[in-house]
Design a protein around this ligand. Sequence first.
Ligand SMILES: O=c1ccn([C@H]2C[C@H](O)[C@@H](CO)O2)c(=O)[nH]1
Ligand SMILES: [Zn+2]
Length: 139
Amino acid sequence: MTAADPQEAALVAAATEARGRARCPFSGFAVGCALRDTGGTIWTGANVENASYTLGLCAERVALFYALTHGAAAIEAVAVVTGADVPTPPCGACRQILFEFAADADLVLVTASGALLRSRVRDLLPLAFDASFLAPRVP
Ligand SMILES: O=c1ccn([C@H]2C[C@H](O)[C@@H](CO)O2)c(=O)[nH]1
Ligand SMILES: [Zn+2]
């Protein structure tokens, strides 16, 4: 892996460990995600699939929903680890959800072999839809 700061290295290690808990018998594509909040706590998740295929959930949303419902502070960094040859960006649904709860977070995408791509959640979703568009319209 490219030289990383210790906090990033710890986050990637947590995502790698979480990837080992993926439940992906249908795709065989295991993904691990780790989130660090502003208190330094790391929250993790992995993708979970189902025989009714569309009910599965990506690692990013498993991790984020877990963090949000267990007292996480603001999310400041996200790591995603896959077994692909190149760093794997989050799907569109995860981009939308991550944007709503962690738009300013740093993002690092890592392969099992250590290839690494850094971005930011905000940069994954230009012209994003968010709650500001839900303001009541003047009748
Ligand atoms: O960023 C991604 C991309 C895919 N998956 C999961 C969904 C499905 O279980 C499997 C194949 O798409 O990988 C994730 O968890 N995160
Ligand atoms: Zn996704």
